[in-house]
Design a protein around this ligand. Structure first.
Ligand code: SF4
Length: 78
């Protein structure tokens, strides 16, 4: 993990910088959401991101997906 991208919460937990903001945006996210965006540290992304990637097909288009898209002015997926 490159320095400065995560915030240590305690001895065993950390979070990606920016993910606790009112309008969350991970510090490692590159590009413009809704146009072209990608993880800038894909090869080094943390475990929860890797696990989400394995589960993501199940969440695409669900209510949480729709809420996240709405926060960026995007319509829900059909
Ligand atoms: S996949 Fe990358 S951009 Fe997305 S939350 Fe994880 S570290 Fe941040």
């Amino acid at each position: 993990m490159p320095d400065g991208l995560s915030v240590e919460l305690n001895d065993s937990l950390a979070r990606m910088r920016g993910t606790d903001h009112a309008r969350p945006r991970c510090a490692a996210l590159v590009g413009t959401v809704g146009q072209a965006a990608h993880c800038g540290i894909y090869e080094w992304r943390p475990g929860p991101c890797r696990e989400f990637g394995l589960r993501a097909p199940m969440g695409i288009g669900d209510e949480a997906c729709a809420r996240a898209r709405a926060r960026h002015g995007l319509a829900p997926l059909a």
